[in-house]
Design a protein around this ligand. Structure first.
Ligand SMILES: CC(C)(COP(=O)(O)OP(=O)(O)OC[C@H]1O[C@@H](n2cnc3c(N)ncnc32)[C@H](O)[C@@H]1OP(=O)(O)O)[C@@H](O)C(=O)NCCC(=O)NCCS
Length: 72
């Protein structure tokens, strides 16, 4: 996911994430996971995601972490 540079830091990323999580929950799914760019991990941590496993490189994009959240 990405928010346009000039619109970042206004809560839009959190809104998009919450919308996706609510949709996933409505399907009866209890856990969501993603591959997060290193620079985005703090955003996901703020939204209650945890890192699991080791960091890995995606060619041309950089270091990523697998992250997950249990949906309540
Ligand atoms: C990561 C991204 C989607 C976040 O979207 P955003 O609209 O800027 O984030 P929000 O304004 O909704 O921030 C939500 C919370 O996360 C925090 N946060 C967001 N980006 C952060 C960062 N890089 N470092 C630390 N905290 C961050 C905000 O401070 C906010 O905290 P608060 O609720 O306590 O105020 C956006 O910065 C982006 O598009 N980045 C470039 C593309 C990218 O890296 N995408 C992720 C690919 S996995």
């Amino acid at each position: 996911m990405a928010i346009l540079n000039y619109q970042q830091g206004k809560g839009l990323g959190k809104l998009v994430l919450n919308f996706a999580e609510n949709h996933i929950k409505s399907l009866g799914i209890k856990i969501v996971w993603c591959n997060a760019r290193e620079v985005a991990t703090k955003f996901y941590v703020k939204n209650d995601y945890s890192i699991f496993g080791e960091p890995f490189n995606i060619e041309g994009i950089g270091t990523h972490y697998a992250m997950f959240k249990v949906l309540n």
